[in-house]
Design a binder for this molecule. Structure first.
Ligand SMILES: [Zn+2]
Length: 327
């Protein structure tokens, strides 16, 4: 179990550059999530962190340590509507201006609505993969979902931004770059002056997650890569984990789909496999989780559907086959 509750507040704060800070918010249910503070005429935060009063407490204390009260924050930018990055809004003492990518308000609407959508995703998978129904809709998995998502309240976005739009913070400017794939309404933010790239969950340290996507977003993800590949970027600040070079981040996202496809195709090259087998090949047996299965399976499902669409694999009964293999 994490011992973060006893850690001194300074341990959660990293100064990244002049006037730019990272605050790492730990969470028991998921990996810790990063919130970034940019000091300018507008005191700006990127993401709110997970929906947990304890995370909020750390955020407020960290801001105070850096020199701000919560009410000093003018602008909150949300990279994407996933609960570990915007769920914290439900626990904020007051709301600053909130910007998010176009479509976020409709996707998010209310926390209840959001919660129902994820529950709907489990139902959808359960009807597509009846063999997995027991685990998808198990009490454990539903309870996990409910315990993680805050219920009640509305997320009010002040402004929805679009690809290429510039957000002025005063002396500094952030450029919005539409980077869907991990999430439909995902934006990354490029701090133009310093050429720092806040990648959200589009680029992550150990390779980005195409998990948790709704439907086939492989094409969208490939377009996202094209949108960023020619940019000049000094450093990438992901919403989970530690900073890395743009070159290494780009390398990881560019090879992501082929690596994931290969994992599933390799698993299928000697014998047909079930959806559960493919999930384990996708996620790795040590990461497989009964509680999180519904959410993690979304990633495997994305790659499975992509391979089915391309005609590389087929499904008969409970088994997936690699086309052109086995004699
Ligand atoms: Zn995340």
């Amino acid at each position: 179990m994490n011992d973060y509750r006893t850690k001194p507040i300074g341990d959660f704060i990293t100064k990244l550059a002049d006037g730019i800070w990272q605050i790492e918010l730990p969470h028991l249910k998921t990996q810790s999530a990063n919130v970034f503070l940019i000091e300018d005429e507008k005191i700006t935060l990127i993401d709110s962190g997970p929906p947990d009063p304890f995370c909020m407490d750390i955020l407020l204390k960290a801001l105070r340590r850096i020199g701000y009260q919560w009410t000093d924050i003018n602008l909150l930018l949300l990279t994407h509507p996933h609960i570990d990055h915007l769920g914290g809004v439900a626990f904020l003492p007051t709301l600053p201006e909130i910007y998010a990518f176009k479509g976020t308000q409709t996707e998010m609407r209310t926390y209840d609505h959001y919660m129902k959508r994820w529950r709907g995703l489990l139902d959808k998978f359960a009807s597509e993969y009846p063999e997995l129904q027991g685990i998808l809709l198990s009490k454990l998995s539903i309870d996990w979902l409910h315990s993680f998502f805050p219920v009640g309240g509305t997320l009010e976005i002040t402004k929805e931004v679009i690809d290429g739009e510039t957000i002025s913070l005063g002396k500094r400017e952030l450029q919005v770059i539409y980077t869907p794939g991990h999430s439909m309404h995902h934006m990354s933010l490029l701090l133009k002056q310093e050429k720092l790239f806040f990648s959200g969950d589009f680029m992550l340290h150990r390779g980005p997650a195409l998990a948790h996507v709704m439907g086939d977003q492989v094409e969208a993800f490939i377009q996202s890569i094209k949108r960023v590949e020619d940019l000049t970027i000094e450093k990438v600040y992901p919403s989970h984990g530690y900073p890395f070079s743009f070159e290494s981040g780009l390398g990881r996202v560019s090879s992501l789909i082929s690596r994931q496809e290969e994992r599933l195709l390799n698993a299928l090259s000697d014998s047909p496999k079930t959806a559960m087998d493919l999930y384990i090949s996708y996620i790795g047996s040590k990461n497989a989780s009964i509680e999180r299965f519904g959410l993690d399976f979304a990633g495997a499902d994305t790659i499975i559907k992509h391979l089915l669409n391309k005609g590389d694999i087929k499904k008969e009964g409970l088994y997936f086959y690699r086309n052109g293999f086995y004699h």
